[in-house]
Design a binder for this molecule. Structure first.
Ligand code: AMP
Length: 537
């Protein structure tokens, strides 16, 4: 016997329809790439999204066509989130930081015929256009009078909207229909497409809103610095809409000064982004002697949040760090380290140590750790294993690719190595390929990095395993110092002494000007391993 409830499909358009009815005055504030701040309401956004949906059909976009965007976090990108998916097409967000050959591969692989692009990225497309035979329309996300001169035929986003009708009925279809596409770039091979459905996106948004997840409510004013081209900005544009929260979009201004200005002017209480962005904001606040007065919570994910950062937010800004872990394949939320009563009763140092863990799975995500043979390992906070996950917003395959070694027995193998303790807290030890194997034992490069970056003279650092004649591999610490700071190898090692096991101590410390990163801002350790492979020989 089935339950007797309505089978209303979970569609992305329903989030905006809801916001227009229930939160019509809720605000969306956006820093315009062409300058100035744009401010409007969910009702205004809904009207413009309907116009855009009509405009898409005049461009010949059909249901399930992939429509590409190459854009910052702006109100226009937000409108595309709803107009493209809502009309039944697939929003394909591209990361402008990818290598040009990856952009060509992805646009052709996804067979994109329409591209919406911020003017800043147009020169890149002009250079690549000859390799993009399927691309028919390039819409520049700007008013007609700001349309740049170009060798290519261009359409102005605002002109397109001006000409469109605002009457549009969002179509109803199966909630399992594909809605958005985002490619994940590993360090080897071609990028792989993750194809989210309407259902997975809406369920993920509902989970993300929960108090113990990202905690997005109607009274929130949130600033997703995580880009809308990377895993749908962690689903925030959907969750904020469902809640009717004030959504503040930073445009291209990701530096400390621009972020501070928005936070202060818009009374932002919830920040979301990766550690490197917060490093810049914290340094700016230190230099200018400023406090992030309105901020209550800072969600940090994408890379490990070091204890020094958790501490700086608490001590200098009275803000609580919510450490979260996820992946493109997970929409992305997997685990969240939310406030608990026990945590609030802890001494600061004990709480910081707990906050440095990546947290517990949110309801909807199941996690486990296994050995290389797939046998489950104990959740005792000590045993390391490959982290595997399952749940309704986790990919079951890659776009245009059948099966895949990442999926076994209904679990997705994340490629991360982690511990899980008795209370369910997961801690990332490393990417499986970055773990350092020394004399048959494992060393967590992330743990050593997190402690080293706590030294006041260190701006950024990386620990990699380098071949060693006796121990197979030994850790090497590479350090970028802060401007004007001085640091010696001996001082660095003395700082680590007592904070990590003796045999985890890097055999050498090298000072470098900068470290290489992937297009999503993670350390490119493979390149470092190649570059420094001979140092212990
Ligand atoms: P992406 O798919 O580009 O978002 O990258 C996902 C990967 O980022 C994960 O598999 C982890 O290796 C890493 N990652 C994400 N969040 C965290 C975190 N809080 N701590 C450590 N690593 C993280």
């Amino acid at each position: 016997m089935f339950g007797q409830m309505m089978n209303t499909p979970l569609l992305i358009s329903s989030l905006l329809v809801h916001a227009e009815k229930a939160h019509s005055r809720g605000e969306i504030v956006s820093r315009n790439p062409e300058g100035g701040i744009h401010r409007y309401t969910y009702a205004d956004a809904a009207r413009r999204a309907r116009k855009l949906a009509n405009a898409l059909s005049t461009l010949g976009v059909q249901p399930q066509d992939r429509v590409a965007t190459l854009a910052w976090n702006t109100h226009r990108h937000y409108e595309l989130y709803y107009a493209v998916s809502g009309s039944g097409a697939i929003l394909h967000t591209l990361n402008p930081r990818l290598f040009p050959e990856q952009i060509v591969y992805i646009l052709n692989h996804a067979e994109n015929s329409v591209l919406f692009v911020d003017a800043q990225f147009l020169p890149l497309i002009e250079k690549l256009k000859d390799q993009l035979p399927l691309l028919r329309h390039i819409v520049v996300m700007t008013p007609a009078d700001k349309l740049p001169a170009s060798s290519l035929p261009l359409i102005s986003y605002e002109a397109l909207l001006d000409a469109a009708d605002d009457q549009y009925q969002w179509p109803e279809f199966d909630e399992n229909t594909a809605a958005t596409l985002c490619y994940t770039s590993g360090t080897t091979g071609h990028p792989k497409g993750v194809l989210y459905s309407h259902r997975s996106t809406v369920i993920h948004a509902m989970a993300a809103m929960a108090k113990d997840a990202l905690g997005i409510g109607n009274a929130s004013a949130l600033l997703p610095v995580v880009p809308m081209f990377h895993v749908n900005a962690w689903g925030v544009p959907y969750a904020a809409t469902a809640a009717g929260a004030k959504l503040v979009l930073p445009g291209a201004g990701m530096d400390g000064a621009s972020l501070y200005e928005l936070i202060d002017a818009e009374s932002v209480d919830l920040l979301l982004g990766v550690p490197t962005v917060w490093q810049g904001l914290l340094q700016y606040c230190d230099k200018e002697d400023l406090m992030l007065e309105p901020v209550c919570d800072v969600v940090i994910g994408g890379s490990a949040a070091p204890i020094s950062m958790i501490k700086a937010f608490h001590e200098k800004h009275d803000a609580f760090v919510i450490h979260a872990w996820g992946m493109t394949e997970l929409s992305p939320i997997g685990t969240v380290n939310c406030r608990t009563q026990a945590m609030l009763e802890m001494e600061d140092d004990e709480r910081f140590r707990l906050q440095a863990k990546q947290g517990r799975p949110v309801f909807g995500v199941d996690i486990r750790i296994v050995d290389d043979q797939g046998n489950a390992k104990p959740h005792d906070g000590v045993a390391f294993g490959r982290l595997q996950v399952k749940g309704p917003w986790i990919a079951s395959g890659y776009y245009k690719q059948e099966g895949g070694k990442e999926w076994q027995d209904g679990w997705f193998d994340t490629g991360d190595v982690a511990t899980i303790d008795e209370q369910g807290y997961m801690a990332i030890v490393d990417r499986a390929k970055d773990v350092i194997k020394s004399g048959g034992e494992w060393i967590s490069s992330i743990d050593v990095e997190n402690i080293a970056v706590g030294h006041p003279a260190v701006a950024e650092c990386a620990v990699v395993g380098v071949p060693h004649p006796k121990w197979d591999e030994r850790p090497l610490l590479l350090v970028v110092t802060r401007p004007d700071a001085t640091l010696t190898k001996e001082e660095m090692l003395a700082f680590l002494d007592g904070k990590i096991a003796k045999w985890w101590m890097p055999d050498d410390v090298l000072f470098v000007d900068s470290l290489p990163h992937t297009p999503t801002g993670k350390l490119l350790k493979r390149q470092l391993r190649d570059e420094y492979q001979g140092v212990y020989q």
